[in-house]
Design a protein around this ligand. Structure first.
Ligand code: C5P
Length: 207
C-alpha cells in the first residue's frame, strides 16, 4: 500500500502524512527533506543552488546522514531546495531512492506514506491512494509565521507570505514535475480545518 500526499508548503501535508503513517503502521518519507539536503549541501560548499553542475554534484554526493541535519528546516534550505528541485537532472538522481522506499518500505513495514510535490504524479503514479493537501496562501503564511514565533525565531508575516508565494510560483511553474494535483487525487483544503479535521477527512478519503 502506498499513500501519496502532495501539496504546497505549509499546507499541513507533512503533519497529516506522518499521522497517517503512524495510524496504519507504514513507513514515512518526507521527500522535501531530500531536496532540502541537496540544496543545503550546495550552500555549504559555497555554491549557487541555481548552478546545474553544483546541484547535480550535490545530488550525487548525498548521504543518509545529510537528512538528519537540523538546519534543513530553515527557510534558507527551503529556498535552495526549490531551486535545485527545478532541475530535471537532479530529480532523476533522487527518483530511484524514493521509488525504492515506496516499493520496499524499511523495517518490513506493510506500506509507505510519501509526502512531497510529485508523489502522485511522478514518483508513485500507481499509488492507490492519493491526497492533495492545500490551503489558502494567507492561511499557510499565518501558520508558518506562528510556528517560527513559537520556536522563538524572528519572523515578519509579510516576508513569510512573500517567501511562500515565491516558492509556490517556482514549484508550480517549473517544467520538471511541477506541483499539481494528480487527476485521481482527492483534494483536501485545510484552510478552515485543524489537524484533527484534516486527519479525519484524509481517513475518510482513503477508506
Ligand atoms: O516539502 P518541503 O517544503 O520540505 O520541500 C522543499 C522544496 O523541495 C519544495 O519547495 C520543492 O521545491 C521541493 N520538492 C520537490 N518535490 C518533492 C518534494 C519537495 O520538488 N517531492
Amino acid at each position: 500500500m502506498i499513500i501519496a500526499v502532495d501539496g504546497p508548503a505549509a499546507s499541513g501535508k507533512g503533519t497529516l502524512a506522518r499521522r497517517l503513517a503512524a495510524h496504519f503502521g507504514y513507513a514515512y518519507l518526507d521527500t522535501g527533506k531530500i531536496y532540502r539536503a541537496v540544496g543545503y549541501r550546495v550552500l555549504e560548499a559555497g555554491g549557487d543552488p541555481e548552478d546545474p553542475d553544483a546541484a547535480l554534484a550535490a545530488a550525487h554526493a548525498l548521504q543518509p546522514d545529510d537528512l538528519e541535519n537540523p538546519e534543513l528546516t530553515s527557510d534558507r534550505a527551503a529556498v535552495a531546495a526549490s531551486k535545485v528541485a527545478a532541475m530535471e537532472s537532479v530529480r532523476a538522481v533522487l527518483l530511484g531512492f524514493q521509488q525504492g522506499f515506496a516499493a520496499d518500505p524499511p523495517d518490513g513495514a506493510p506500506g509507505a506514506v510519501l509526502d512531497g510535490r510529485d508523489i502522485g504524479t511522478v514518483v508513485c503514479p500507481e499509488a492507490p491512494s492519493k491526497l492533495f493537501v492545500t490551503a489558502d496562501v494567507e492561511e499557510r503564511a499565518k501558520r508558518r509565521h506562528k510556528e517560527l514565533l513559537d520556536k522563538g525565531e524572528p519572523s515578519i508575516y509579510s516576508r513569510v507570505l512573500q517567501a511562500l508565494k515565491d516558492r509556490d510560483a517556482r514549484d508550480s511553474n517549473r517544467s520538471a514535475a511541477p506541483l499539481v494535483a494528480a487527476p485521481d487525487a482527492i483534494v483536501i483544503d485545510t484552510t478552515a480545518m485543524d489537524p484533527d479535521e484534516a486527519f479525519a477527512s484524509a481517513l475518510d478519503s482513503i477508506r
